[in-house]
Structure formats: structure tokens, C-alpha cells
Design a protein around this ligand. Structure first.
Ligand code: AMP
Length: 289
């Protein structure tokens, strides 16, 4: 029987799916619930907010750290993505994390790996228009992580809002048996959403980046005051371009399906925009019209 972690304990590092499954089986035999927090590492306060939610939900918390190659396209930042495993494990110490699962790519995708999970529904549009490979990579790795850890709960950030809906859909459609829990975006003092990719921003780009949430909030206020949608979005896009952003999309969607907004239903404003070489995404809720 594995002893439950105390809040001061250093997490146990697990590298193989087989060992993770054995740990999960042990928890379940002992009647302990499991919550998982999948990450790509370079942990910040946003990730830690998910860990806190996980620890509140379940008896045992597992955080995965894996920079998943299949969700990066050619020419994207897979090689440059920050890898800070020792510091990450240190950050997780004292937060009630029992296990860190940090496999290598060969463990997740051994020779001959030939399966891809593709999700329809909320995958359509937005990120998929600009990163067509992305959600198949995410869905495949998340499916593997959930089947290996068999958690009762898995906690994801609203920061990646489309991803959260895609993961909810795949867990439901494939009867994974894990409840997907979404948590609000954690922001810097100037409102910029925390992201591991913010490390790429130089001082000037970092200053400009804080305009992204400011413009979003402005558009949310206009929409909630009844401004015509197309005009509010065009104003927002123009404001971002004036701040030096190249806008991939600024879209208003139904908050549950990401299809066209429906009358009397909550909406979500989603943006992806590039400042210099860094691509930022963010989103905010918009009350029903
Ligand atoms: P990543 O390591 O960037 O793949 O993110 C791992 C998880 O952390 C995902 O569920 C993200 O949505 C979530 N996350 C990333 N940034 C934030 C943030 N600023 N606030 C809350 N959750 C976040």
C-alpha cells in the first residue's frame, strides 16, 4: 500500500506508463480518488492553481510534464519550448502532489505507434484554422495520459478554452470515465494571462502584450452593452493591429460549442495574435445577448 503524500513531500517521479498504471491501480485498490493535471512543464502560478483545484477534489494528485511533439507543427517552437523539469518538481513540492509523470517521447510514442485520436465538434475553426495538426496531437496525448493514470478528475485551464472543450468532448465520447474540470485563467498584475510562452517576450513585446487583455475587455464591454458583433470585433481587431499585433482570429462563439453564438446563451470571445515571433492566445466570457 502506498502511503498518501503529505503536503510537504517531494513528489515521486514516474517515467513509464506501466509504473503510472501500477500507481493508479494501487490508489484505486486503497479506495483513493485521483486527480490529474496534464502540463508541458515550465510551471507557473496558472498551473499551480490547477494543482490546488486537483488537491481539493481528490485524495491523490498526479501532474504530468511532457512536451508533446505531435501537437507542434513544422516550424513551430517544439525545440525552443522551455524544459525546466528539476525546477518544476521543486515548484510542485509542498502542494500535495503525490506523483509527477514525466515520460520521454519514446515512452509515449514507441516505434510503430500508429493511432491518432481526432475530435470533431469544438475542434472546428479557431486554432485549427492556424494550427491544423494541433488538436489531434492534444487529443491523442490526453487520451493516453488519461488511460494510463485513470484519474477520477482531470483539471484543465480555461486559458486554452478550445482545448478544454475538445478534451471534455473526447472524455465524453470515448467513455473515458474521467470528469474534466475547467479552471479560470490566472493573470499577471497587468492582466496578461500567464503562459510558459511569455518567457519568449522581450521587454518591448512584453509591454505590448498587456494590451491584448485590455482590448479583449473593451470588446466584452461593448458586446455586453449591445454593440453589433461585427463592428465590435472589427474595432477590437483594429485596436490590436495598432498595438503591433498580427491577429490570427478574434471571434465570438457560443461558450459551450464554439459554433455561432445563440440568442440567450453564454458567449466566449477568443483571440490568437502574434507579437514579434510570439503567438499569444486568450479568451473571456461574454454574457448572453
Ligand atoms: P501547458 O503547460 O501550457 O500545456 O498548460 C497546461 C495546463 O495549464 C492547461 O490545462 C492550460 O490551460 C493550463 N494553463 C496554462 N496557463 C494557464 C493560466 N494562466 N491560468 C490557468 N491555467 C493555465
Amino acid at each position: 500500500m502506498t502511503a498518501p503524500a503529505t503536503h510537504s513531500a517531494t513528489p515521486r517521479l514516474i517515467r513509464t506508463t506501466q509504473d503510472l498504471q501500477a500507481w493508479s491501480d494501487g490508489c484505486r485498490r486503497d479506495g483513493r480518488t485521483i486527480a490529474m493535471v496534464p502540463t508541458m512543464g515550465a510551471l507557473h502560478a496558472g498551473h499551480l492553481s490547477l494543482v490546488k483545484a486537483a488537491a481539493e477534489k481528490a485524495d491523490a494528485v498526479v501532474v504530468s510534464i511532457f512536451v508533446n511533439p505531435t501537437q507542434f507543427g513544422p516550424g513551430e517552437d517544439f525545440d525552443a519550448y522551455p524544459r525546466t523539469e528539476a525546477a518544476d518538481v521543486e515548484k510542485l513540492t509542498g502542494h500535495g502532489v503525490e506523483v509527477v509523470f514525466a515520460p520521454n517521447a519514446a515512452e509515449m510514442y514507441p516505434d510503430g505507434f500508429a493511432t491518432t485520436v481526432t475530435v470533431g465538434g469544438p475542434s472546428a475553426g479557431l486554432e485549427t484554422d492556424f494550427r491544423p495538426h494541433f488538436f489531434a496531437g492534444v487529443a491523442t496525448v490526453v487520451t493516453k495520459l488519461l488511460l494510463a493514470a485513470r484519474p477520477h478528475y482531470a483539471v484543465f485551464g480555461e486559458k486554452d478554452y478550445q482545448q478544454l472543450l475538445v478534451v471534455k468532448r473526447l472524455a465524453r465520447d470515448l467513455n473515458i470515465g474521467t470528469e474534466i474540470v475547467g479552471r479560470p485563467t490566472v493573470r499577471e498584475a497587468d492582466d496578461l494571462a500567464l503562459s510558459s510562452r511569455n518567457a519568449y517576450l522581450d521587454a518591448a513585446a512584453r509591454r505590448a502584450a498587456s494590451r491584448l487583455p485590455a482590448v479583449l475587455r473593451h470588446v466584452v464591454i461593448a458586446l455586453e452593452a449591445g454593440a453589433p458583433v461585427e463592428a465590435a470585433l472589427a474595432d477590437g481587431r483594429a485596436a490590436l493591429e495598432r498595438e503591433g499585433f498580427a491577429v490570427d482570429y478574434l471571434s465570438l462563439c457560443d461558450a459551450e460549442t464554439l459554433s455561432a453564438p445563440r440568442p440567450n446563451a453564454p458567449r466566449r470571445l477568443l483571440v490568437a495574435a502574434r507579437i514579434g515571433t510570439t503567438r499569444l492566445i486568450d479568451n473571456m466570457g461574454v454574457a448572453a445577448a
